[in-house]
Design a protein around this ligand. Structure first.
Ligand code: C2O
Ligand code: CU
Length: 487
């Protein structure tokens, strides 16, 4: 069966439940073989070392360029990247600094950079209208006014974001501050960034060619890569590690979990540290979201091979039907690093909806039929993106509640608001809860089919035009994005 037939078929068989296969860490493909699906995750042999991206401190330059990379072991693949290989360097900065980054566009098309999660002046935010032409450049000057956290950066030219990210343009942006430094969290070799993405290959080449059906579900790749490498392993000591995870996929959601019963202690999410760490055995991570997690490998014997995996989360949506491994940790020595988990992490003020100036509700479930296409397009309140149209106007420094309503929808929408960090008040329908990873500051929230999520935020002092959109990048490029103005 062809990949494309599956996507169509999966939409119609939404209620199919496959039984009989439990969650396997050994990489057995029984269920996949049964379905015979080329789009199903292909698991590799986890026999190559995890690449670690380089760091960029004190600002510098990023070149968006054609490059090559060893995504599949021993194979050369053409990519787009901000550095040799991919992903881009981890940009590191301290709160209070101004980071100057010069982007040079060596591509044959427009590009720009959005600093996802950072609260920045309008002209620095990477709005789709602010792009560098092929051969051009853009100087970014980024005042870091916010707390420590795991942020990231990627291109944002309208209609081409998904493809440019898929081809390799993305990187982490890590901010530190004094509050976080005082906690003495694992660092150096004990702090590992994990950028998780799925890729579709034709032979040794990346292939980004969504058809109309794949614009609906999102473009799913059959190879899951971490830090730009397919099926890697990392040697670790039997002790604590800080894993900074980013879901940089265009559309795939992961239900992250560890083998050997190892629990994850979530210490931070999109906007930095939580109040206290939250212990979970699995957690959903949608496109654009980050997780800051402490994991203790000391509960397994030395010599163990521990897998980071994604387990099934729903038989309803095609994305949730499969369990697979992402990478392997080989626990190969004792740890020299002494650490105990702090009981308190951070003070986070509670935003109260009594103080909200107003509530805006956004219907994100509807498809509209704009240009006579057979499938319709993803929309927000019945509208698709227009670069110059202002859809909402808010007051600087005011507090508002926004409601993303996907009650009637059957697609997964990770909703992202530029220029602000929000708190999640309530999720109605579906999972019916605010999850442990959602108890701090967020900039992207997963709104599953049948769910309505209420968020609250205080807009910054910066005035200007920012966007909010679905971070399923196929949906975003399809127009599921609006402008809002801070006045
Ligand atoms: Cu990471 Cu507007 O997006
Ligand atoms: Cu969406």
């Amino acid at each position: 069966m062809k990949r494309r037939d599956f996507i169509k078929r999966s939409g119609m068989s939404a209620l199919t439940v496959w039984g009989g296969s439990s969650f396997l860490f050994s990489g057995c493909h029984t269920e996949e073989d049964m379905i015979g699906e080329s789009n199903w995750i292909v698991e590799g042999s986890f026999d190559r070392a995890l690449p670690l991206p380089s760091s960029l401190t004190g600002g510098g330059s990023l070149n968006a360029q054609f490059s090559t990379s060893e995504i599949l072991k021993g194979k050369v693949t053409t990519t787009l990247s901000y550095a040799e290989g991919q992903p881009g360097p981890v940009i590191r900065a301290n709160k209070g600094e101004t980071v100057n980054i010069n982007l040079t566009n060596h591509l044959s098309e427009e590009t720009n950079i959005h600093w996802h999660g950072l609260v920045l002046p309008e002209d620095m935010d990477g709005h789709p209208r602010d792009v560098a032409a092929a051969g051009g450049s853009l100087p970014y000057s980024l005042p870091i006014i916010q707390r420590a956290g795991t942020y990231w950066y990627h291109p944002h030219p309208h209609g081409a974001t998904a493809r440019q990210v898929f081809m390799g343009l993305a990187g982490l942006f890590i901010v530190s501050d004094e509050e976080e430094t005082r906690l003495n969290l694992p660092q150096g070799e004990y702090e590992i960034p994990l950028i998780i993405q799925d890729k579709h290959f034709e032979g040794n080449s990346l292939d980004y060619s969504p058809n109309e059906d794949e614009m609906m579900t999102g473009y799913l790749g059959e190879h899951v890569i971490v830090n730009g490498a397919y099926a890697p392993f990392q040697n670790v000591a039997a002790g604590w590690y800080r894993l900074r995870m980013l879901n940089g996929s265009t559309a795939r959601v992961y239900n992250l979990t560890f083998s050997h019963g190892i629990r994850m202690n979530i210490i931070g999410s999109d906007g930095g540290l939580l109040r206290s760490s939250q212990e979970v055995s699995s957690i959903l991570l949608g496109p654009g979201e980050r997780l800051d997690v402490l994991v203790d490998f000391s509960s397994v014997t030395i010599g163990s091979e521990v897998y980071l995996a994604s387990s099934k989360f729903s038989t309803y949506h095609p994305q949730g039907r499969q369990s697979f491994n992402l990478m392997k940790f080989k626990v190969e020595r004792r740890s020299e690093f002494q650490f105990s988990l702090p009981s308190q992490l951070s003070d986070i003020p509670v935003l109260n909806d009594n103080n909200a100036l107003m509530t805006r509700t956004f219907d994100i479930s509807a498809m509209i039929n704009a240009s006579g296409g057979s499938m319709g397009r993803h929309s927000i309140n019945g509208k698709t993106f227009e670069t110059e149209r202002i859809d909402e106007t808010v007051q600087a420094d005011s507090t508002e509640v926004w409601v993303f309503d996907n009650m009637a929808g059957d697609e997964i929408h990770p909703m992202h608001i530029h220029g602000v960090q929000f708190q999640i008040l309530e999720r109605i329908g579906g999972r019916n809860e605010v999850t442990p990873a959602e108890t701090g500051w967020k900039d992207t929230v997963l709104v599953m089919p049948g769910e309505k999520v209420k968020v609250i935020m205080t807009f910054p002092q910066y005035t200007g035009v920012f966007v909010f959109h679905c971070h399923n990048l196929e949906h975003e490029d399809d127009g599921m994005m609006l402008n809002y103005k801070i006045a």
